[in-house]
Design a protein around this ligand. Structure first.
Ligand code: SF4
Length: 445
């Protein structure tokens, strides 16, 4: 098969992988005249969008889409009737360098189906990264999708050459993994994630220790680098019946337990000749978006999962005291409590509407954390409010001076001159007020 045809097949096969962001790596550059590439500018891979709206990179490829596994949800599974292709190691290296030199890409995102064995496949991926780094002094971004049951030695080597490693958690529950990907093992996945975490932490410690030692040269320093952009993972959403509460609970564990840099959510896409265990339709893409918003609240806004996803009604009453949102007001705004995020409005707004008894928030006295819980006020907006109120107490219209939307925020705040929340918080259908604020897409014809 011609190289170009292989590229078409293997780049298309890689588009289902959502975990392609490249932030957070260390800076490398070639300003001293040696080496190829840099992670300085934009820190990573160029992104593009597939027709289905997914974010893909220009050189985001599989080494091969042959696979000995038969995961039901995967287009590349062994039983799938698709066109197959396989790059050689040299082909991937040369493509990366050629594309880089033509300014098409800023790095490589490499994943693969499993051929012969996990170790056999992983070894080839490691060889590609090693050749790029060692032989060609490539200093661009490299993300390797790691095969969880590859040997620890290969996982260790992968981290020496890649900026980021990732292992897909695949599905939100062990049961679903067993049903839909019987050859994969959740214990092995967790062990490998733990292994990566330990190595990443050790390398951070070594770098810190040696940062102050001036006579450590570049080669010696590179020995302390292990996957500097950390590890990430991806979860398929909508291939099983797991609700958003379950998905976010798992994400929370992954962030806390394995220090994930990112958990990516990928809406399940129906595939040809799919197993009857899979849904016929993909979930609405907005579900993926709401999960990312909720994920952000977990990581940066101090929310916990129970606050974001209403507690399922089947939980025993003694579990309910763990939930900060069990005081739902019986209004049309109340969410059904099925552990799903509201698709109509963002999770913070949904939480605020369910918990309106803790509002209004006084913008002149509230802490940063409390301000950040007001829908429409983010971390930057909350800082601006705090800075502004040091000069003088704030009135309602000062909100607009902080570049914040008064219409969105007014229902939840009180200020020096007025308490606009009074008018809104009593409304049975407060959600409708916000739905009316949402812009509508104008028709082209
Ligand atoms: S191992 Fe990966 S490539 Fe192979 S079938 Fe499963 S998900 Fe697809």
């Amino acid at each position: 098969m011609e190289l170009q045809q292989k590229l078409a097949v293997l780049a298309d096969a890689a588009k289902y992988d959502a975990s392609c962001a490249s932030s957070g790596s260390i800076k490398r550059n070639s300003k001293n005249g040696s080496g190829i590439g840099s992670t300085d500018q934009g820190m990573g891979i160029c992104h593009s969008y597939a027709p289905d709206g997914r974010c893909i990179s220009l050189l985001k490829i599989l080494l091969t889409n042959f696979c000995i596994y038969d995961c039901s949800y995967c287009i590349n599974r062994a039983s799938s009737q698709i066109e197959r292709a396989r790059f050689t190691e040299d082909e991937v290296v040369n493509l990366t360098l050629d594309f880089y030199k033509r300014n098409y890409i800023e790095g490589l995102f490499l994943s693969s189906g499993i051929i012969q064995s996990s170790d056999y496949t992983m070894e080839q991926m490691v060889n590609i990264a090693r050749t790029l780094r060692k032989k060609h002094d490539f200093r661009g971004y490299i993300h390797l999708k790691t095969i969880p049951d590859a040997s620890p030695e290969l996982l260790r080597l992968a981290g020496l050459y890649a900026d980021r490693l990732s292992i897909n958690i695949e599905l939100p529950s062990k049961k679903s993994l067993k049903n839909l990907a019987p050859e994969k093992n959740s214990v092995t996945i967790n062990q490998s994630m733990g292994f990566l975490k330990e190595n990443i932490n050790e390398s951070k410690e070594s770098r810190k220790k040696h940062a102050t030692i001036s006579n450590v040269n570049r080669t010696q320093k590179s020995k302390f680098i292990y996957s500097p952009a950390g590890q990430s993972t991806q979860m398929i959403v909508g291939a099983d019946s797991s609700n958003d509460a379950k998905i976010l609970t798992l994400s929370n564990k992954l962030y806390n337990g394995y220090q994930m840099r990112r958990v990516y959510y990928s809406a399940f896409s129906p595939i040809p000749d799919a197993s009857l265990n899979l849904p016929a339709k993909s979930p609405p893409l907005i579900r993926e978006h709401r999960l990312y918003q909720a994920d952000w609240l977990l990581r940066f806004y101090g929310f916990n999962v129970n606050e974001i996803t209403p507690i399922p009604k089947r939980l025993a009453p003694d579990m309910r005291h763990h939930n900060d949102v069990n005081q739902n007001i019986a209004t049309p705004d109340s969410h059904s409590g099925n552990g799903m995020l509201d698709l109509d409005i963002d999770p913070k707004l949904s939480w605020a509407i369910r918990n309106r008894d803790i509002f209004p928030v006084n913008i002149n006295t509230a802490s940063l954390e409390r301000l950040m819980r007001v829908p429409g006020i983010g971390a930057i907006g909350a800082s601006k409010i705090i800075k502004s109120r040091r000069i003088r107490p704030l009135r309602v219209h000062d909100i607009s001076r902080c570049n914040l939307s008064l219409k969105k925020i007014a229902p939840f705040i009180e200020a020096l001159d007025a308490n606009p929340a009074n008018k809104y918080l009593e409304q049975a259908n407060l959600k409708q007020y916000f739905l009316n604020l949402q812009p509508t897409q104008m028709a082209l014809f």
